[in-house]
Design a protein around this ligand. Structure first.
Ligand SMILES: [Zn+2]
Ligand SMILES: [Zn+2]
Length: 75
C-alpha cells in the first residue's frame, strides 16, 4: 500500500502503519506515536463530568490527525 499523505504530494512510499483516528495508511515519516490520555465523559442527570483514566494509550496517528489533536489540546 502507498502512504496516503505522500500520494497527495505526488510521491510513492511504502506504508508501515495505519492511523487509528482516520484509518489511512501512512509511511514512517507521516506517523506520530503518541501517548494520549484517555478521557471518558459521564453524563449525569443535570450535567456531565469528564474523567481522565489513569492509563494512557500508545497510539499511532497520521500527521494530519496529530495536528488536529494538538490544536484541540491548546484551546
Ligand atoms: Zn508518507
Ligand atoms: Zn489520521
Amino acid at each position: 500500500m502507498k502512504c496516503y499523505i505522500c500520494d497527495k504530494e505526488g510521491k510513492e512510499t511504502e506504508t508501515v502503519a495505519i492511523c487509528i483516528a482516520c484509518g489511512i495508511a501512512v509511511c514512517k515519516e507521516h506517523l506520530v506515536r503518541e501517548q494520549i490520555p484517555v478521557t471518558e465523559t459521564y453524563k449525569w442527570g443535570l450535567g456531565e463530568e469528564t474523567v481522565t483514566l489513569p492509563m494512557s494509550l500508545p497510539r499511532i496517528l497520521c500527521t494530519w490527525c496529530y495536528q488536529a489533536l494538538v490544536t484541540q489540546k491548546q484551546k
